[in-house]
Design a protein around this ligand. Structure first.
Ligand SMILES: [Zn+2]
Length: 86
């Protein structure tokens, strides 16, 4: 009922293949980074206002919860992709 909420194209992401599977990666501009996040690559906080990337498993269902999404420094994500498992 009422006016429908405008839907924003927030779902777009780039598919990436990594040694541990396929991921969807979305760039987050600094203006959209409103909270600090813990980067799993270097275990440091990504301060608000810092452009970074969000990655989540490509085989996750469309409604995957935000908790499944990991926020990475761009450089950490890139170096991770080149890191060999094990
Ligand atoms: Zn990092």
């Amino acid at each position: 009922m009422g006016a429908p909420e405008p839907t924003r194209p927030v779902g777009w992401a780039t598919g990436e293949s990594a040694p541990d599977g396929d991921w969807l990666v979305r760039a987050v501009p600094g203006a959209a980074a409103l909270k600090p996040y813990r980067c799993p690559g270097c275990d440091q906080l990504i301060p608000p206002g810092t452009a970074h990337v969000v990655a989540w498993p490509a085989d996750a269902p469309p409604g995957v919860g935000p908790s499944e999404r990991r926020h990475w420094h761009r450089s950490c994500w890139r170096s991770r992709a080149h890191r060999r498992p094990g």
